[in-house]
Write a protein that binds this ligand. Structure first.
Ligand code: SF4
Ligand code: FE
Length: 485
């Protein structure tokens, strides 16, 4: 069976020859680095749940390519049911980790590239799809974690890739020969980059003919020569170096982003899935973004479940759980969170088959989903902070709490209701801090805003997909200006 255990996954990372920088230094053993390790644990959790019979029905499926049982994160969606199950799986993972668990970008990348390569071949007589399918089989058979990398640094946003003063602001082909291509550039804020065994690159915007060297998609092992990583820091990240369990809020799990540099990297033709077919770059961006905007209707909802639970718990610890305004705030949080889930499920159930056989979500509804994600988690976080109270950000450290002399004062004065230990109250407040202001806030707040595209990107897609002419016609018919067809 092509499934890796959590341990096998972690061991596979140790075998990679990764070039990683963090805090101005090269990181030698990144797997055991206390700042990085929680993000590895999140991806390992995916492997763990896939092997747990309580969750394996959701976390695994039968491959459409090999007929073997595979991790759903490597699956090409074969039905709208598959799309719905994906959202359910991501909600589950959000509930179990309370952070970004990173593997979805690769799943979204392989699904988008699958249908687009098929359509490029149909139009151009190329053979990208066949080689891409070989690649997906390889990923499935080895249960590989793939980083789907789209976002380029972009430089001056008013200029096209080919007009930039620095030609490397978008990943591009610098040379080509009989064996493959050489690429240069960077991909910014790449979720899960160093926790992936493979990196799968896509263009980040619609390209014109002048930009054709930038219309490139390919995959490489994450430790291929010429690739290196600069780790992104998060607020409160050095708390993880203190060895505290309470102060980090979420001691086991975390997210990860990195800047990936491609310094004249060789890609063999077998791993190239688009090379200068600029007319298809917009389609690839639209589909990948659509899948990832669907994803947020699952993952952020799962993290929201944890935050709502934490708010309800802290209300109890504070002795205010029965106050009507608190109950109402919790109801509002649930309402907002489930609205996001409705969007994720809706765009999945309204999906359709593409020419390659892989299913695509409804793009309008997926963009509406993500547009709501740019707003509702902020309101949910605001309500959680309201319920938690100011102690969430003024509380002393765990070291003070454990100190023989001053600890008893903290125990006494930070007590809420008598039945709840002070330590539980501190832990819950730190969890809320982590989700709303700390490391997990990267995933729950700013990533909700900018991940899978900033709000304006969805509004452009909503205006494109909405078929306003049809709505206009409906109005003209009802107003008696025009006859019904
Ligand atoms: Fe997955 Fe959500 Fe993280 Fe994107 S933000 S990689 S969908 S968990
Ligand atoms: Fe994301």
């Amino acid at each position: 069976m092509a499934l890796k255990t959590a341990e096998e996954y972690v061991e596979s990372l140790r075998k990679l020859d990764m070039k990683i920088w963090m805090f101005g230094e090269k990181v030698e053993n990144y797997v055991d680095n206390p700042i990085i390790r929680p993000s590895i644990n999140s991806v390992a959790k995916i492997h763990e749940l896939a092997g747990d019979e309580r969750y394996s029905d959701l976390m695994t499926t039968k491959s459409s390519l090999t007929g073997e049982v595979i991790n759903r994160f490597t699956h090409l969606h074969q039905s709208t049911d598959d799309l719905v199950r994906k959202v359910q799986m991501l909600r589950l993972m959000g509930q179990k980790t309370a952070c970004c668990f990173q593997r979805c970008v690769g799943m979204d990348a392989i699904n988008a590239i699958d249908s687009v390569t098929f359509e490029i071949d149909q139009k151009k007589g190329t053979n990208y799809h066949e080689r891409f399918r070989r690649y997906v089989r390889y990923v499935q058979e080895n249960d590989l974690v793939v980083d789907g990398a789209m976002t380029d640094p972009k430089g001056d946003r008013s200029l096209r890739p080919s007009q930039q003063p620095d030609p490397d602001m978008y990943v591009h082909v610098v040379k080509q020969n009989a064996d493959g291509i050489i690429v240069r550039g960077a991909k910014a804020h790449q979720t899960g980059a160093i926790n992936s065994q493979e990196i799968c690159i896509m263009p980040t915007i619609t390209m014109t003919e002048e930009d054709k060297d930038y219309a490139v998609s390919f995959a490489l092992p994450s430790d291929a020569p010429g690739i290196f990583y600069i780790y992104g820091r998060q607020s409160c990240d050095t708390r993880k170096l203190e060895g505290s369990q309470i102060d980090v809020g979420n001691a086991r799990y975390g997210g990860q982003e990195a800047l990936i540099i491609f310094e004249d990297v060789f890609v063999p033709w077998e791993r190239v899935f688009m090379c200068r077919e600029y007319e298809f770059s917009g389609m690839l961006v639209e589909r990948f973004a659509g899948y990832h905007r669907q994803s947020y209707g699952g993952c952020k909802v799962g993290v929201g479940d944890v935050l709502i639970g934490a708010a309800a718990e802290i209300a109890r610890y504070n002795g205010v759980a029965k106050a009507s305004h608190i109950k109402d705030k919790i109801i509002e949080m649930i309402h907002l969170n489930e609205t996001l889930y409705c969007c994720g499920i809706a765009c999945s159930s309204q999906g359709h088959r593409t020419a390659s056989g892989t299913y695509l979500i409804d793009l309008l509804l997926a963009n509406v989903c993500k547009q709501n994600v740019t707003r509702f988690p902020y309101e949910i976080a605001r309500l959680a902070e309201d319920i938690a109270g100011g102690l969430m950000v003024t509380m002393p450290s765990e070291k003070d709490f454990r100190h023989p002399e001053i600890g008893p004062y903290i125990e006494k004065y930070l007590k809420g209701v008598a039945s709840v230990p002070t330590e539980h109250r501190m832990r819950m407040l730190r969890l809320i801090e982590n989700l709303t202001l700390g490391c997990a806030a990267v995933g729950y707040r700013t990533e909700s805003m900018h991940g899978a595209g900033s709000p304006q990107a969805q509004r452009i897609m909503i205006s494109r997909q909405a078929n306003l002419d049809h709505k206009r016609k409906l109005a003209r018919v009802i107003a008696g200006i025009e006859k019904e067809d």
